[in-house]
Design a protein around this ligand. Structure first.
Ligand code: SF4
Length: 244
């Protein structure tokens, strides 16, 4: 008869060795190296997808025209407030043609609670007039054409392209995305365009629209400005800013 004890001991030693080798090969998820940042980005996307399977655009809309109008209204305003205003706005002005012919004072009354209502009204009517004059009343599907519309910046264009047309041209960088991107060490930049450039290098194009929703949802529910709830955060083990 042979005893198996010596071989068990050797196996345990080998297992420990393999585990140590594997651990040494794992990138530090909180590190600053390019490999760490890329691994962290992958982990962030994986965990947030699992955490918020229902993440979507919070601005209620039925078509590209409605999303474009709602996104312009959302500047310096909460999505919840915009969603209170848009039902009456869209029933009054259901198309770009109707909005193009709106009286500014009437529009101002409807959108007053969203803030900056004079400039927003002016931009909305001018934007609708360009849609009618140059795009047969339809919302164009390119960054260049959208960006050329009055009141439409790159962020608004990215929202419309990604959510109304399923075109991942870029990544929406709003206040939540900016804050989380910096806290998570995915970008050191402060300028939205530079942050967007860093993010498109780190995440697969097919996930660009979803990524913004995930970061925004996490920023609203857990990584809240001024009081991030690191103790309840699924990203804590990978976040260089975690307090845990
Ligand atoms: S660990 Fe804290 S700082 Fe980092 S993402 Fe989570 S809540 Fe934000």
């Amino acid at each position: 008869m042979t005893s198996r004890k010596p071989s068990t001991r050797r196996a345990t030693s080998r297992t420990k060795g393999k585990a140590a080798t594997r651990a040494a090969k794992q990138p530090n998820l909180r590190g600053r190296s390019r490999a760490s940042i890329e691994a962290r980005a992958k982990e962030v996307l994986r965990l947030l997808k699992a955490e918020y399977p229902e993440a979507h655009c919070a601005l209620e809309h039925a078509n590209a025209y409605q999303l474009l109008v709602a996104t312009i209204l959302s500047a310096q305003c909460t999505d919840a407030r915009v969603n209170m205003v848009t039902p009456i706005l869209f029933s009054r002005y259901p198309t770009a043609g109707a909005l193009a012919a709106a009286a500014q004072e009437d529009l101002e009354e409807i959108i007053r609670s969203t803030g900056f209502f004079r400039s927003k009204s002016k931009n909305l009517i001018a934007m609708a007039q360009v849609l009618v004059a140059e795009h047969e009343g339809e919302v164009p599907e390119t960054m260049v054409a959208l960006h050329a519309l009055p009141g439409v910046g790159r962020k608004t264009a990215n929202v419309v392209l990604g959510n109304a047309f399923g075109i991942n041209e870029g990544i929406v960088v709003d206040t939540h995305v900016t804050r989380l991107t910096r806290l998570l060490g995915l970008s050191k930049q402060k300028d939205a365009l530079k942050i967007e450039r860093d993010l498109v290098e780190l995440f697969p194009r097919k996930d660009w629209a979803l990524l913004a929703h995930l970061l925004i949802w996490h920023g609203r529910q857990v990584c809240i400005a001024r009081r991030p709830r690191c103790e309840a955060c699924v990203l804590a083990h990978a976040c260089p800013s975690s307090r845990f």
